[in-house]
Design a protein around this ligand. Structure first.
Ligand SMILES: Cc1ncc(COP(=O)(O)O)c(C=O)c1O
Length: 379
C-alpha cells in the first residue's frame, strides 16, 4: 500500500503497526517454542504507546534506569527486570517498587542493597551480572567484554557458590548477533560459571539476539535454549531491544535546500544525523534511503544528504536518485525505530521529529509533536 506522505508531518518517526506485529509474532513463536521468556529492552525500544500491543506477545520488559522502570510499570502494567551499572541510593526504594528482578553489576552493590531487597514486603529476585570475557563485537563502543570492562563480574571474583539470596545470573555481550555467536558465547559462560548455573533459578542472556533479521536461525536458538533449560533446570530470559523495533518504521524528512559546493551537490534536510540519528555518526553506519542507492551511481543524480545543524560533520554521503532532488521533496530514512527516538537531542536547538503510527489500514495517527518547551526544558 502506497503511503500518503501528505498526512505525515515532517520530520516524523513513523512506526508501521503491521511490521511491529510481524516482529512480535515471530518473537512470541520463539518464546513459546523455546520456553524462554522474551522481554523488551527499553533502551532499544521505548515506543510506549505500543506497549499494550507488545504485552500481548512478550513476557515483560527490562529497565536500565529508574525512568525506564517507571515507564514499564505505568505503560505496560508489569514489573520491570532491572539492571543498572550502579544504583543511586536515593532512588533504590523506588526502584524496588517498580521491579520484579534486580540485577547487580558488582558484589559491592549486592552487599550494599541486599538487605533492603530481602526486607521488601514483596519478593524481588536478585541477580548478578557476569562478564564471560568473550564477545564477537567489532566496535569496542558496543563490546561489554573488552579488557577492563566495567560491566559484569569476572569469574575470579566469584566463589563456588552463589552469594546468599542471589537467584540469577545475567550476561550481555551480544550486539546484533545470530544464534551461532550465542552458541560460542555460551561455551565461555558455561565454562566459567556453569557450576553457579546449577545453583541458579534463572539465566538472563541479555540482548543482541537479532531474531527478526532475515536469515536468523530460530530453530538453532530454540535448541540452545532447550539444552540450557534441561542441563541446568533453569529459566532462560532474553531481553532484546533492537529485535523488537527492527525494520518497523522510518524517519520521514524533506529537502529544505539544495546547495552546490565546488561540484558536490548537497540536499539540506529538515533532520539532523547528529541530533536525530546519532548512531549513524557514532556507530557509524549509513542508513538506507527509500528509492535511493547508498552510493554514487553514474548516470544518476548524486547527492550528499546534509543535516540541519551547524556541525560540519552532520551529513551522509553519497546517495543516488533517479530524479533530480528539489526543495520540498520527501526523503525517507529506513529502519529508524529502534534506538533512535531514545537517543535524539535538541542540539543546535533543532526541534525533535514528531512521533506517529501508520495503522494497518494505511491511516496515519500523530501521537506527539515537540516544540520550544521540549528544547527549553532540558536546559
Ligand atoms: C544489559 C542489556 N540488555 C539488553 C540490551 C538490548 O540489546 P539489543 O538492543 O542489542 O537487543 C542491551 C543493549 O545495550 C543491554 O546493555
Amino acid at each position: 500500500m502506497a503511503i500518503d506522505f501528505s498526512s505525515i508531518p515532517s520530520p516524523a518517526f513513523v512506526l508501521e503497526e503491521k511490521l511491529l506485529k510481524n516482529n512480535l509474532e515471530l518473537l512470541k513463536s520463539v518464546q513459546d517454542r523455546s520456553g524462554a521468556e522474551i522481554i523488551v529492552a527499553l533502551k532499544g525500544f521505548s515506543f510506549y504507546s505500543k506497549f499494550p500491543l507488545v504485552k500481548q506477545y512478550l513476557s515483560g520488559a527490562t529497565a536500565s534506569s529508574l525512568n525506564e522502570a517507571r515507564l514499564i510499570v505505568e505503560e505496560m502494567g508489569v514489573l520491570a527486570h532491572t539492571y543498572c551499572p550502579a544504583y543511586k541510593e536515593e532512588e533504590f526504594d523506588q526502584m524496588m517498587e517498580y521491579s520484579s528482578h534486580i540485577t547487580f553489576n558488582s558484589l559491592n552493590q549486592y552487599e550494599k542493597y541486599k538487605d533492603k531487597v530481602k526486607a521488601f514486603p514483596r519478593k524481588i529476585s536478585m541477580g548478578l551480572r557476569i562478564n564471560p570475557e568473550y564477545a564477537e563485537v567489532e566496535v569496542d563502543m558496543y563490546n561489554p567484554a573488552i579488557k577492563g570492562s566495567r560491566l559484569g563480574i569476572t569469574r575470579n571474583l566469584l566463589g563456588d557458590t552463589l552469594p546468599e539470596g542471589i537467584e540469577g545470573l545475567h550476561s550481555h555481550t551480544l550486539c546484533e548477533n545470530d544464534s551461532y555467536v550465542l552458541e560460542r558465547t555460551l561455551v565461555h559462560i558455561e565454562g566459567k560459571f556453569g557450576h553457579l548455573l546449577h545453583q541458579a533459578k534463572w539465566l538472563n542472556l541479555g540482548g543482541g539476539h537479532l531474531m527478526t533479521r532475515k536469515g536468523y536461525d530460530h530453530e538453532h536458538l530454540i535448541g540452545l535454549i532447550q539444552n540450557l533449560k534441561a542441563k541446568y533446570n533453569i529459566e532462560v530470559i532474553l531481553e532484546p531491544g533492537s529485535a523488537i523495533g527492527w525494520e518497523t518504521g522510518f524517519l520521514r524528512s524533506k529537502v529544505l535546500d539544495i546547495v552546490d559546493s565546488l561540484g558536490v551537490k548537497i540536499a539540506i534536510l529538515d533532520v539532523s544525523f547528529a541530533a536525530h540519528m546519532p548512531d549513524t555518526l557514532e556507530m557509524p553506519y549509513k542508513p538506507k534511503v527509500w528509492g535511493a542507492e547508498s552510493e554514487a551511481v553514474e548516470g544518476k543524480f548524486v547527492y550528499r544528504l546534509g543535516g540541519m545543524t551547524c556541525l560540519a560533520g552532520d551529513y551522509m554521503s553519497e546517495y543516488s536518485f533517479d530524479q533530480e532532488l528539489k526543495e520540498g521533496d520527501t526523503i525517507v530514512f529506513n529502519d529508524m525505530i529502534h534506538y533512535t527516538m531514545v537517543k535524539t537531542t535538541t542540539f543546535n536547538g533543532v526541534g525533535l521529529p514528531s512521533i506517529g503510527v501508520l495503522r494497518e489500514d494505511g491511516s496515519f495517527e500523530l501521537l506527539k509533536s515537540f516544540g520550544y518547551e521540549t528544547f527549553k526544558d532540558r536546559l
